[in-house]
Design a protein around this ligand. Structure first.
Ligand SMILES: [Zn+2]
Length: 360
């Protein structure tokens, strides 16, 4: 019997023998060319993220390398949500294994079908002409459509500013999955850029006379700054406690320990002070006051239809209780810019080799 060859499968052979081939098939890609990754850390919430191809020719200076946890393009990956480092293989998504298995099966089926077709042709050629009995073998190839695996991009797609690898995550990630550099300020800058676009939109509507919807949109932009700021402080704080003080997790991250403390400068600051960190020390008094005033404004907008109450009026210099709080685009941009400074300062605590201690 002649050699059996799996022509389609052999294209993916990377080793082994013809009888026992070692194959390597690429996982399915999203429309932007990224592949699924799944954090091996069960505590990471969420666990799914996407990663693009490694850019060619990445040169990393020593100063930049110090901010990274891994050499870019190493055989390891960093969970962007939890910072856990593992081999690339540990991050393979189960759906991709299934997709590749189906693809291999499909290729093998086609190879077997081609083989049977070749045999039939061979058999027919060998039949003697003009014989008393003639036999003809017919092979009807039946091709199944190629199995389809759909991979969708996540809403947030970013490029690490240090190693230039593209990746996709759900809203907020702390680290670059390739080099492990803290990327939290990069994410926050995206939030602020989106807020800025909302403000432009609100201004446009306002000029067209759509005052009420413009005010509503401006209120949302304002709220988004505080929501992103609170979520970022909360995530970094939780990460620092989990990694530096694992035996204090219940005490520091228990149900009542955090709550909405990060909506308030003083309460948030106290939580970080316990870890020996003060991310607000980058701002002067006026900057801190501006964040405080805007955090209070959020409560008035969110819970009192924008009407100043006694508490808010005590913060604001030019507003009496009962008056509608003003929302000016430039103020919101300043608010976002100040929050960004705090986040950039806080990001330093995520750099490799940082020691964070408990401050009693
Ligand atoms: Zn990176």
């Amino acid at each position: 019997m002649r050699d059996i060859r799996f022509r389609n499968l052999e294209k993916y052979r990377v080793g082994g023998t013809r009888d026992s081939m070692q194959l390597a098939l690429p996982p399915p890609k999203s429309p932007s060319g990224k592949v699924y990754r799944y954090s091996p850390n069960p505590d990471a919430k969420p666990r799914l993220f996407l990663i693009g191809d490694a850019p060619e020719d990445r040169t990393v200076t020593e100063a930049v390398r110090q901010r990274m946890r891994l050499d870019p393009g190493s055989k390891q990956t960093v969970c962007p949500y939890s910072g856990v480092v593992g081999d690339d293989d540990d991050f393979v998504h189960a759906d991709d294994i299934e997709a590749v298995k189906k693809h291999v099966l499909w290729l093998a089926e086609n190879d077997v079908s081609d083989l049977l077709g070749d045999w039939a042709k061979d058999f027919n050629r060998r039949q003697p002409r003009g014989a008393f009995i003639s036999m003809k073998m017919e092979h009807k190839p039946r091709r199944r459509p190629k199995p389809l695996a759909i991979r969708e991009d996540l809403l947030r797609s970013l490029e690490c500013e240090l190693c230039h690898r593209e990746y996709g995550v759900y809203a907020l990630a702390l680290f670059c999955p390739d080099c492990g550099a803290p990327n939290v300020a990069l994410h926050f800058r995206r939030e602020i850029a989106l807020v800025s676009e909302q403000i432009d939109l609100a201004d446009e509507l306002d000029q067209k006379g759509n005052v009420e919807i413009a005010y509503r949109l401006m209120g949302n932009a304002h709220e988004d700054v505080l929501t992103a700021f609170e979520a970022t402080l909360k995530s970094v704080h939780a990460h620092l406690v989990k990694t530096h003080l694992p035996d204090q997790v219940d005490k520091f991250l228990g149900k009542k320990a955090v709550g909405n403390a990060f909506q308030n400068v003083e309460r948030g600051r106290k939580l970080f002070a316990k870890l020996g960190i003060d991310p607000f020390d980058i701002l002067d008094e006026a900057g801190i006051k501006h964040i405080q005033l805007n955090a209070e404004k959020r409560h008035v907008l969110g819970h009192n239809l924008g009407i100043a109450d006694d508490h808010y009026a005590s913060f604001s210099e030019d507003l009496e209780p009962g008056e509608t709080v003003t929302l000016i685009g430039e103020d919101i941009r300043r608010f976002g810019g100040l929050c960004l400074q705090v986040v950039e300062r806080l990001e330093e605590s995520l750099l490799p080799g940082q020691t964070i201690g408990l401050q009693e």
